[in-house]
Design a protein around this ligand. Sequence first.
Ligand SMILES: CC(C)(COP(=O)(O)OP(=O)(O)OC[C@H]1O[C@@H](n2cnc3c(N)ncnc32)[C@H](O)[C@@H]1OP(=O)(O)O)[C@@H](O)C(=O)NCCC(=O)NCCS
Length: 154
Amino acid sequence: MVTKTVFQFISEPSDVNYGGNVHGGSVMKWIDQAGYACASSWSSSYCVTVYVGGIRFYSPIKIGHIVKVEAEVIYTGTTSMHIAINVFSRNIKRNDFEKKTHCIIVFVAVDDEGNSVRVPEFVPETEHQKQMEKYAIKLMDLRKNIEDEMKPFL
Ligand SMILES: CC(C)(COP(=O)(O)OP(=O)(O)OC[C@H]1O[C@@H](n2cnc3c(N)ncnc32)[C@H](O)[C@@H]1OP(=O)(O)O)[C@@H](O)C(=O)NCCC(=O)NCCS
């Protein structure tokens, strides 16, 4: 099964923020779209977002640059899929992409009534996939602690 979805396109003038670079909201929309495409392809199902975490913007993306959004399945539970997303960009005059943003989104596959449904199991094969699955499991453990800390404020 295909674990990875890659989008490539050019950042447009309509993506601009007040500082002249790409708006963070545009980047988050691309992340959500690529993550959704990846999760729904894996599960062959409509999916909803249950968690977005660890989003980190390393440096700005310029308008008119080539943007590459890579989304990959790194862990599956019973109904959830943990998708790691990296956003890269490059000047059209250069060949090398620079990493700009990273985050993890958890999607759940749902049926027509919005009830969660089982997803195919992700079994890591490559060394990279094994490392990423370990990363997802570690984040899950860390999240439990964070959620406990947040409980009084939710
Ligand atoms: C997705 C939804 C149907 C799940 O409902 P549910 O089945 O009763 O929820 P559960 O508590 O059983 O959790 C379902 C899965 O989500 C996971 N999940 C729940 N909260 C989570 C969190 N904070 N972080 C990561 N995963 C989470 C659970 O671990 C479980 O995964 P698993 O089946 O692989 O073990 C429901 O939460 C929902 O509709 N949420 C709103 C989604 C939405 O509107 N998103 C925004 C627009 S897309």
